[in-house]
Design a protein around this ligand. Structure first.
Ligand code: EPS
Length: 386
């Protein structure tokens, strides 16, 4: 695994930090490359009050000098503006004052109760702070660096939302990059901004009813060469690695690659992507398998679909039990989003970028960009003539 990364930070702590190791030297990288992605993650109709407080920006602490990577671990920090309002409740030292009220009414669907049991925490804030999807800002920072790396090799990653709640407008026949481009100007990242009003309506209705919503999004990568990942061992298979990465995003409950579950009800002749040849080498006439065969990329776009469950914090809460009194109560409320599917699609892009960067470096190796480019060009010729 050439790429290793860790994130740290509580939602209302001082900051989110991340440490990324394995990015080769001499990659041009600016804080703007990362900030653009952080801002994309903050958008989306239906986000809560927190996104009005934060304007996420990255600060490099290591690994970059004069706008280029130097091969050493890249560490990045994203300061939480909201920390100012939480210093007393989230103090790093001392004893809690009487104003610090423990969170004891776990929300069904959040990590509150199971995390409390697992770590023996009676103030469930000690769990929910880290379980919060705020952590995904750090992943997006890591993903932004990986996207920057992949761009050097002509690989582009994008995403768009397919549905929110039960609203699933028809997707126009468009190529993936075009869908992504249109999604960028939609308030919910649906690849047709003329549908925004319908989406706003169901989100507003959910808000009025004290509800939350989930949805489905698709993430893709185009320009991926054949040969990333491997059929030889379970943990080298690229589709398995992508599924794990996507499933690790907070609230994701389903992942499909290519036609996914839909393929199960078809005949083999309807599913498998027939092979042809062009001047550039082998081609496929269709992409039902979402760009992977036998756990290896096949040169077609990688296409991943993820299902996100509704956010567990409800203003009209569900039944729960207070862990101190053991009595039936309504679950605790926290400020939250009504829907975060558009943001999750940007997080999905980051996770796909991380997995592909890892698999790319595994295949081409190298400690600096120039040598990797040389190997990559040679490989492209080899594939063309195969
Ligand atoms: C999030 C910030 C959080 C939540 C959300 C994600 O802000 P706060 O808790 O201060 O309102 O809005 O967290 C969750 C969805 C969750 O499950 O906890 C962010 O920056 O994305």
């Amino acid at each position: 695994m050439p790429i290793r990364f860790l994130t740290a930070g509580e939602s209302h702590g001082k900051a989110l930090v991340c440490l990324l190791e394995g990015i080769p030297a001499n990659l041009s990288l600016s804080s703007e490359d990362v900030n653009i992605e952080l801002q994309r993650r903050q958008r989306g109709y239906g986000r809560g009050g927190r996104m009005k407080i934060e304007s996420d920006r990255v600060e490099f602490l290591s690994g970059v000098r004069f706008g280029k990577t130097i091969g050493s671990p890249i560490s990045m920090v994203i300061w939480n503006k909201d920390w100012e309002n939480w210093q007393e409740k989230m103090a790093y030292e001392g004893e809690p004052s009487e104003r610090v009220v423990p969170f004891t009414r776990p929300r069904p669907g959040h990590a509150d109760l199971v995390g409390g049991i697992k770590y023996n925490q009676r103030d469930l804030r000690n769990i929910l702070e880290r379980a919060s999807a705020r952590e995904t800002a750090a992943r997006v920072a890591v993903g932004a660096v990986c996207k920057r790396f992949l761009r050097e090799f002509g690989i582009t990653i994008g995403s768009y939302v397919v549905s929110i709640g039960n609203l699933k407008p028809r997707l126009e026949e468009r190529n993936l990059l075009e869908r992504h481009r249109l999604a960028e100007s939609s308030e919910v990242r649906f690849p047709d901004p003329s549908k925004d009003e319908e989406f706003r309506r169901i989100i507003d209705e959910a808000r009025e009813r004290g509800e939350s919503l989930g949805g489905v999004f698709e993430v893709f990568a185009v320009g991926v060469p054949p040969g990333l990942g491997s059929h030889i061992q379970w943990d080298k298979r690229i589709d398995g690695r992508i599924a794990q990465a996507m499933m690790s995003i907070q609230a994701i409950k389903g992942v499909e690659i290519g036609g996914g579950f839909g393929l199960a009800e078809k005949f083999g002749s309807e599913v498998h992507d027939e092979i042809g040849r062009s001047e550039e080498g082998y081609i496929r006439y269709t992409n039902n398998l979402g760009g992977t065969e036998g756990g290896i990329t096949n040169g077609m776009p990688i296409l991943v679909r993820c299902a996100m469950k509704p956010i567990p914090t409800l203003t009209k809460p569900l039944r729960s039990v207070d862990i101190e009194t053991k009595e039936e109560v309504k679950a605790g409320k926290e400020r939250s989003d009504i829907v975060a599917v558009p943001a999750a699609s940007v997080v999905g892009e980051a996770m796909l970028a991380i997995v592909l960067t890892d698999a790319f470096l595994e295949k081409f190796g190298g400690d600096f960009i120039e040598e990797i480019k040389e190997r990559f060009e040679r490989y492209k010729q080899y594939v063309k003539n195969f």
